[in-house]
Ligand binder design. Structure first.
Ligand SMILES: *Cc1c(COP(=O)(O)O)cnc(C)c1O
Length: 462
């Protein structure tokens, strides 16, 4: 199994190399050269299996000879052992033919744990075998950073530095990043916005001396291994509703297009998915693009579903690559145009995208109303991101095909918005009830590349 870049100019890599390098050297994203398929019989055989066993069977063909069967199985088991629910990704019914896939039972209460917990294990195993260490630096608006710290804390082969905007993440998110006590965890509060954190991270990757000296690695959502880990729950949930003998549809609250792209991979593997519906908040570049073909950036408008407040949807490049007949030059050209503000998708490519993806947009008021209504009529307390999904799903529901909406975070991770909408302040699950009592540890850092690089060099020299 080889991985190729969406811009066609970087060398093809193995799974291990693609995972450890993250971004391709030509600026593109890695995708599998061919997507392995599962037969109807193989999909049917997933019925009744544990989440871990489904994960093994779905991901195994993508991993090639990077890990033996036994090792890969052990790493999957370790990755999901810390989840607070035996089913890992339980499915609950909301309404006739409408189901909610709860992806928030991991250690940081958001779906990012599914991928991050697994790649923590995969990184540690691959690096230990190679006798190497890496420095992971990530920028976060909240959920990615907490998931990364939780996944990499205490591992021997990595140091993990997370840059978050000082004073601009929720208290739960901050505490999840600042309370782990392991020496290899470094929570850095930068004086600036999320965009500043992300810009400094990019600067570090472009400073090749620094990048090579500290062996910089990235785990943001463009890492192929993260997409792969998310393919699994499309299979586990669809099979429990009767796939492959019955079609299902999915609605996915999305920002960077990572989670919904995993659904598209599941479909290409042979899972009978009827519709994949993109749900956006008021930052609706994806909805605008699928509606009109125009992919134009605008300002980010902060919302009550902050993990979807993005200006550019980085994983969308993977969907464009397929829509343009896997023409890396065409994708490279679009990305050049994006630097100048945006591009128009060709008629042919737009048609190809619309064969797979539908979309909807939800306003702030509609999000609050959906949280209120879902509690009153479905008995379910939704986080604001999941509410965006539920609203769009209700608008796209059919009587024939069951709809599964992905619930991406636990309501207790966003208590202010949930309380505003419903009057209920959701408590943290018992296993993390002491989060507010644990001592915090973080370093304030200026929005300055030189200062950041010096700090990182000093910390890893110890
Ligand atoms: C990251 C995140 C999203 C968006 O996921 P993408 O992969 O960027 O589409 C949605 N909801 C929550 C709670 C998140 O943390």
């Amino acid at each position: 199994m080889r991985y190729i870049s969406t811009r066609g100019k970087a060398p093809a890599l193995s799974f291990e190399e693609a995972m450890l390098s993250g971004l391709a050297r030509d600026g593109g994203l890695y995708v599998p050269e061919t997507v392995p398929t599962m037969s109807e019989a193989e999909i049917r055989a997933l019925r009744g299996l544990s989440y871990e066993e489904v994960a093994f069977r779905v991901m195994r063909p993508f991993v090639g000879d990077t890990f033996t069967d036994e090792t890969f199985g052990d790493l999957i088991a370790k990755a999901y052992a810390g989840f607070g629910h035996a089913a890992r990704a339980p499915l609950v019914q909301l309404a006739p033919n409408h189901f909610l896939l709860e992806l928030f039972h991991g250690p940081t209460l958001a779906f990012k744990d599914f991928a991050m917990q697994l790649i923590g294990q995969l990184f540690e195993e691959a690096l230990t075998r190679r006798g190497e260490r890496v420095t992971i630096v990530g920028a976060t608006s909240g959920d990615t950073g907490s998931a990364a710290i939780e996944a990499f804390k205490g591992l021997d082969a990595v140091d993990v530095f997370i840059l978050f905007p000082h004073g601009r993440v929720s208290e739960v998110q901050r505490r999840q990043m600042t309370t782990p006590t392991e020496d290899n965890v470094h929570a850095l509060a930068i004086d600036g916005h999320f965009d500043d954190a992300q810009a400094r991270l990019k600067d570090m990757f472009n400073d090749f001396t620094f990048r090579d000296d500290v062996r910089l690695a990235g785990v943001n959502s463009i890492n192929w291994a993260r997409v792969l880990a998310q393919v699994v729950y499309y299979f586990s949930s669809a099979v429990s509703l009767g796939a492959p003998d019955r079609k299902v549809s999915f609605t996915v609250p999305t920002g960077n297009f990572g989670d919904i792209f995993a659904g598209y991979i599941a479909k290409k593997m042979g899972l009978p998915i009827d519709r994949l519906v993109v749900a956006t908040n008021q930052n609706d570049i994806l909805h605008r693009c699928l509606s009109s073909g125009a992919y134009k950036t605008s300002e980010v408008h902060p919302s009550i579903s902050p993990s979807m407040d993005i200006q550019v949807s980085s994983n969308f490049e993977r969907a464009l690559f397929d829509a343009y007949g896997r023409d890396g030059n065409a994708v490279g050209q679009l990305m050049d145009e994006l630097k100048a503000g945006g591009f128009n998708v060709s008629q042919g490519a737009l048609q190809a995208l619309r064969e797979h993806f539908e979309s909807g947009r939800v306003s702030e008021d509609e999000t609050l109303a959906t949280i209120r209504q879902a509690k009153a009529t479905m008995g379910e307390l939704l986080c604001p991101h999941s509410a965006v999904g539920v609203k769009v799903a209700e608008d796209h529901r059919s009587t024939e095909v069951p709809m599964i909406t992905l619930a991406t975070a636990h309501p207790a991770k966003f208590p202010d918005a949930v309380e505003k909408a419903s009057g209920i302040r959701p408590p943290l699950p018992a296993r993390m009830a002491d989060l507010f009592d644990r001592p915090e540890r973080m370093t304030r850092v200026p929005n300055d590349l030189g200062a950041l690089e010096t700090l990182i060099r000093e910390r890893i020299a110890k």
